[in-house]
Design a protein around this ligand. Structure first.
Ligand code: 2IP
Ligand code: CA
Ligand code: CA
Length: 356
């Protein structure tokens, strides 16, 4: 299934092109934003938005992967519904069609194959065993706000366009384990000469004894110090407990669930802790696969707080919470801890025990 990985890298790049193009015309872009309501809305936010880019990207990925791997077509899901209503109250249902005439030229275009060192990689999985979670754009609020940052290697930047990510995760239908992930960061670098944005991609495969990742495992820092990244809206109690553990300099805040897990992947933080059920399967599946490929993972925080061992607490991706409705069916209900080194989980959990 290395073919699937190469295809996902290409469709993620195509998605990044759509995300960049949709942002180019500011006045037009404002019109292409819809507020989410009812069961679709993330309860965490007073207002939750989606853009036409989200809807188009998700449908495009579903189409392109479904054509190459028909066995997967019914198991490709994502955050958005394909109905979109614009700022003027006009609505369209977006489906990406089979013929080029039916779709915009952009959607039909195929980016050249992505430079990624996947040669010689074999992945012993078949499409009929797999399902896909898509978050067409994670950190939509940052995507809509559009603030530009000049990134520096080795530093975490809390907010801005670079937090917006395309996330495509692949899991095993039988066990729910994440086995492959592709992350595309459409706004990684703005070329000062052309004013155009360049993206960056990250990928990982973790399946049995095969663990391969585009990122290398960062070298261990000085023993003792632990750094954590949180949502700025995290509970004060968690902020306080982790400030005592990490120290104020090593407690950081950033936007975007996907971006925070990417910070752990890149070694910009040791862990990402979230105490609430405000992320979903489509947020964590792709970056979770990269963390597993590096020897880490993502566990359910509340399960860890209950069982001392933390065993059986890894997040899985195949089962909805049937008692819930809408997006909540697929929430990572118990919060989470994303980590590279499992020996750090118990240290993070200790100061939170009995407090949540
Ligand atoms: C959001 C997005 C938010 C995150 C929230 C996710 O996904 O990643 O940034 O909140 O949990 O569900 P926070 O940044 O406070 O961690 P989306 O942007 O796709 O709705
Ligand atoms: Ca998301
Ligand atoms: Ca999203």
């Amino acid at each position: 299934m290395a073919d699937l990985l190469r295809l996902l890298l290409r469709v993620a790049e195509k998605a990044a092109n759509v995300a960049r193009v949709c942002r180019q015309e500011a006045p037009l872009f404002q019109l292409l934003v819809q507020e989410k309501t009812g069961d679709d809305k993330n309860k965490k936010f007073v207002q939750d938005f989606k853009t036409l880019a989200d809807v188009v990207i998700q449908e495009m990925i579903r189409h392109d992967v479904g054509v190459k791997f028909p066995e997967m077509a019914d198991f490709i899901n994502g955050e958005e519904s394909n109905k979109f209503e614009n700022g003027l109250g006009e609505s369209v249902t977006v489906t990406v069609c089979a013929t080029e005439e039916d779709t915009a030229a952009l959607l039909a275009s195929d980016p050249a194959s992505i430079k990624a060192d996947t040669d010689g990689l074999t992945v012993p999985l078949s499409p009929s065993e797999l399902g896909i979670w898509i978050d067409p754009i994670d950190a939509t609020s940052q995507y809509i706000e559009g603030r530009e940052e000049v990134l520096e290697e080795g530093r975490l930047f809390p907010s801005g366009l670079h937090c917006a990510l395309v996330l495509i995760g692949v899991y095993l239908r039988s066990t729910g384990e994440p086995v492959m992930g592709v992350i595309n960061q459409p706004f990684n670098y703005k070329d000062p000469a052309s004013g155009g944005w360049k993206g960056k991609h990250f990928w990982g495969v973790s399946c049995g004894s095969i663990n391969v990742c585009s990122e290398t495992r960062p070298k261990a820092g000085p023993a003792g110090g632990l750094s954590a990244v949180l949502s700025s809206s995290e509970k004060p109690l968690v902020k306080e407990a982790l400030t005592s553990l990490c120290g104020p300099d090593k407690l950081m805040f950033a936007s975007g669930a996907g971006y925070k897990i990417l910070c752990v992947i890149q070694g910009l933080a040791d862990v990402y802790v979230l105490s609430e059920g405000s992320t979903f399967k489509w947020d964590s599946c792709a970056p979770h696969a990269l963390l597993r490929a590096l020897g880490g993972g993502v566990v359910d925080l509340h399960k860890c707080l209950q069982s001392s061992s933390g065993a059986e607490a890894e997040l899985t991706y195949h089962q909805p919470r049937t008692e819930c409705k809408g997006a909540d069916r697929w929430a990572n209900h118990g919060g989470l801890v994303a980590y590279r080194d499992c020996s750090q989980i118990s240290r993070i959990i200790a100061p939170l025990k009995g407090k949540l």
